[in-house]
Ligand binder design. Sequence first.
Ligand code: NAD
Length: 495
Amino acid sequence: MTATLESDRRADLARVLAAVPTGLLIDGQQRGAADDAVVTVENPADGQPLLEIADAGEADALAAVRSAAAHQGSWATTAPRNRSGILARAAELLDRQQEDFALLITAEMGKPLAEARGEVAYAAEFFRWFSEQAGHISGSYGLSADGGTRILVSRRPVGPCLLITPWNFPLAMGARKIGPAIAAGCTMVFKPAPQTPLTSLALAQLLAEAGLPNGVLNVIASSRAELITGPMMRTGALRKLSFTGSTEVGRILLRVAADTVMRTSMELGGNAPFIVFEDADLDVAVEAAMVAKMRNMGQACTAANRMYVHAAVATEFTAELTRRMTGLVVGDGLQPETQVGPLIDAASQLKVRQFIDDALDRGASVAGIGSVPDGAGYFCAPTVLTDVQPGSVLSQAEIFGPVAAISTFTDESAVVAAANDTEWGLVGYLITENLDRALRVSEAMETGMVGINTGVVSNPSAPFGGVKQSGLGREGGAVGLEEYLELHYAAIPVR
Ligand code: NAD
């Protein structure tokens, strides 16, 4: 790209930033925080400030809850086709504004523009999927076993929802919750991650343009989540919590949700095993590993955390993965040549370095390390380690960085036991050309999802979610809508 095109891109970002609403969105109105607090959003590629926005405190959070509660009754009775139409228009608007949203995502979160464009398309697909579901919310009419009672079952919106999202997919994680909530007829208080609130503020503006009535979606960006969330949940006005984030915070919120017995959907952390069997197609294996490891700079709940490679193919697989990973261009995601962006912040950068040092201290070896640009960004070189020992922090915690941690195996049942030896159970990956083995191992995996000969499982039409301490409930697919609906049963005696 020429210098002119590069400066055009910076100019486009400046235009996009200037259009982002910087207030809290409560009852359709933009407002500052009651205590005038503001927070600055930074670009992780250079540490430079992007925009200053309102920072919600408890009074603002409670006002947002009141708004969601006040609008629930009228919103629940809108025609499903109207709600479907809003979502369809939102998908179209996102398609049309793909480049602007991609610029915003890259600027505040760091992923390369190509990946950010992919995230916009993924988010639009959630709106499209739930637009298609909205008109098909059904019930049933039946007779009791003794023939004496008619059983009339309907589905209705669960009520006002609290939506809390992480920073790693600033648009898609919100769309995955807002889409089904709109389809079901629920109002919302949406608290995006403090590192990446700009995309959510722009999304709320887009939804208003698509026809979403005032007060249905209230957005409160806040750096004070631990202070405002409890008071909101304890009002009793919110009937559901949908949280995506770490298992650690998920546990805290589950305890708070118990106080008012809220419905919960919890999309928590992962520690995905990636198993390459001796009969794998190694081209498929490396391609899948690249996606499962390097998407989002390794900062995905679905990231391949522990790579188990059969000893017979380990040398070849490791050599090719190392060649591919270390050849990637690390840099500012806004630069056209960049294939790997920065990590989200300095703490993440430090944590990944410490994980690598710990693994090396425990006997791991370096197969290869890529390079990083000079400068202020929170960059981390793509790194491949072999002989990673089971006791290493790399094997036990979410790495959330571009580090492939490889160990070898020879026995199928032993590797399945190792893969399952974790408190997490979000996703696992299997690479094998043997159908019987693929099905056998897939069934034995203690995870909510399995990728077989692929490094991607995320799909709006599929039920995304984990077992064990990776979460409760599913997002996407037909069940993604059920999470926002309650069953209602009326008994009618036969007379
Ligand atoms: P995080 O748990 O630190 O924060 C997530 C959200 O919770 C943010 O909005 C944050 O402001 C809020 N929060 C933090 N502390 C809180 C508290 N005490 N009370 C209320 N809210 C609080 O997670 P993160 O660093 O933003 O995101 C990374 C984590 O998210 C990883 O563990 C990753 O695996 C997980 N994740 C899971 C999925 C999934 O679908 N399972 C998807 C993406 C990310």
